[in-house]
Design a protein around this ligand. Sequence first.
Ligand SMILES: Nc1ncnc2c1ncn2[C@@H]1O[C@H](COP(=O)(O)OP(=O)(O)O)[C@@H](O)[C@H]1O
Ligand SMILES: Nc1ccn([C@H]2C[C@H](O)[C@@H](COP(=O)(O)OP(=O)(O)O)O2)c(=O)n1
Length: 240
Amino acid sequence: MAEVVEVHKDWSGSFPSGKKITVVFVIGGPGSGKGTQCAKIVSHFGFTHLSAGDLLREEVKSDTEQGTMIKNLMHEGKLVPSEIIVRLLLKAMLASGNDKFLIDGFPRNEENREAYEKIIKIEPEFVLLIDCSREEMERRILHRNQGRDDDNMETIRRRFEVFQQSTLPVIQHYEKMGKLRRVDGDRQPDMVFEDVKAVFAQLNTQANQGSNVSRAQTNPFKRWFLDLFCSCFDVADRRN
Ligand SMILES: Nc1ncnc2c1ncn2[C@@H]1O[C@H](COP(=O)(O)OP(=O)(O)O)[C@@H](O)[C@H]1O
Ligand SMILES: Nc1ccn([C@H]2C[C@H](O)[C@@H](COP(=O)(O)OP(=O)(O)O)O2)c(=O)n1
């Protein structure tokens, strides 16, 4: 069930206290189809999609010292310092006004995860892993045609290494916590989305069950009606 977030006072901008915030991380190798599936999730489930890579590419455009540093790291297929990406995520979350976030391409390593836990502190509901073979990912990236500076053979090789060495420990961490939801990403986008939909549908069911219970417990009219119903039909009260 979605968690109620206690906002910490040291935030420079913060979610309204007590607001329920839902976070889902989407991870997978480069070209596994994270962005493609996120677009579908947004239109079906009303999440705000935050792509870590897109936020960094926006920052590169800013033509600052930090932008140049990010550009060079991305060109080499390396990861950007965690504090930078976590601050960009927090800023985008606060600016969106939404309460449901799909964070794509994050966390990429244990340092990313720890910085998120320290700064944003909102436990993800689950982590969607798009599992795809290396040959398929390579083929897709080479056909992506988005003019990305890092979609060249040498940088792609480095990004695969980073995924193996740095992202696998993050996947194992969430697997141990029972939070990992793995889908087979080697198939056509609509087929992959069938499995993704099933994962998100569970989230909706849990949230609805949670909210029905709490509304029944707090709405005086509903409570009075349920009491009346139970007494008329001699039903044992199992609401609590
Ligand atoms: N299931 C799929 N089958 C075939 N091509 C795909 C699939 N998912 C994505 N693509 C294509 O592969 C490329 C990489 O997908 P993208 O969503 O950008 O991946 P990521 O965000 O994981 O890097 C894009 O050109 C996209 O259109
Ligand atoms: N948490 C993150 C996410 C992306 N980056 C950098 C490093 C990645 O190679 C690039 C591109 O990431 P993006 O998610 O857009 O693309 P791919 O999944 O590699 O296709 O951004 C990062 O440093 N830290």
